[in-house]
Design a protein around this ligand. Structure first.
Ligand SMILES: [Zn+2]
Length: 260
């Protein structure tokens, strides 16, 4: 799906573009190079590639696979996508070791325990080619993507800022969603104090497009959704979690019906 100039959605559970356990996988067209923001779980890679080809996004232009954080549903397909395209895999320096050794990954452990993965799927580790940190800027052809390290959902969660064609986009992974909802999970790797400490980095960015890792994206006044998240994290009431009410992906019955 073409969203705007230079910005596409190539994979997604909620938009029906790829596998039922895939996050939103956005493509940035920098002209001579493409980047994809997150790769999905892995079972949707063929669909993602087919969607890109249909959109005129040649796979041999894909040079960068930018991972927003270390949750498997966002990077599980990265190795396969790299093999198909020759692109390099990028993630935060803190995410790389967790992607390389998934033995103790709490999310994977719980997905296995709750029987969420299809019978034909077992998570595999992924070696990251390049790491990024707070303030880094990654060149994608004619555009640049700036890294903002926003801990909370995970310690390695990052938002990616893109200025293109007079508009400002923020790819937020699972940090901030539509309506200012947050990626709060009952996992040891999710730390509310980190959320409170880092969410202020997103203040005053004047974001137009808010592109979260799941659910709907916003093409106008994206900053207001971010500002609501900042406001909620400033109060003592536990903020709303996107996953509590919007995320059918964790419902085993839903997955059984929707998956192949
Ligand atoms: Zn996540």
């Amino acid at each position: 799906m073409k969203i705007q100039e230079r910005i596409y959605l190539a994979g997604s559970e909620q938009f029906g573009l790829s596998h039922a356990m895939d996050c939103n996988c956005y493509v940035i067209d920098g002209g001579s190079e493409l980047a994809i923001v997150d790769s999905g779980l892995g079972l949707g890679v063929d669909d993602i590639c087919a969607n890109m080809s249909r959109l005129g996004l040649a796979l041999d232009r894909l040079r960068h696979i930018l991972i927003t954080h270390s949750h498997n549903g966002h990077w599980g397909g990265a190795d396969l996508l790299r093999n198909k395209t020759g692109a390099t895999v990028w993630a935060h320096a803190g995410a790389a070791p967790l992607m390389a050794d998934i033995t103790h990954d709490p999310g994977i452990r719980l997905n296995l325990r709750f029987g969420r993965y299809p019978a034909n799927y077992m998570p595999q580790p992924c070696a990251v080619d390049n790491t990024f940190r707070e303030g880094d800027s990654i060149s994608v052809g004619e555009v640049r993507v700036q890294v903002i390290h926003t801990r909370g959902h995970t310690a390695d969660s990052c938002c990616l800022l893109l200025d293109s064609d007079g508009r400002r986009s923020l790819f937020t992974g699972d940090t901030v969603f539509y309506g200012g909802k947050l990626g709060i999970l009952n996992l040891e790797s999710c730390v509310l104090a980190d959320y409170r400490a880092d969410i202020g980095k997103l203040a005053g960015l004047k974001v137009d497009n808010l592109f979260p890792g799941h659910g709907v994206f916003v093409l106008r006044r994206g900053q207001r959704h971010i500002d609501r998240a900042i406001h909620k994290l400033g109060d003592f009431v536990l903020p709303e979690s996107f996953f509590e009410v919007n995320e059918l992906m964790w419902d085993k019955d839903y997955l059984r019906i929707m998956s192949d």
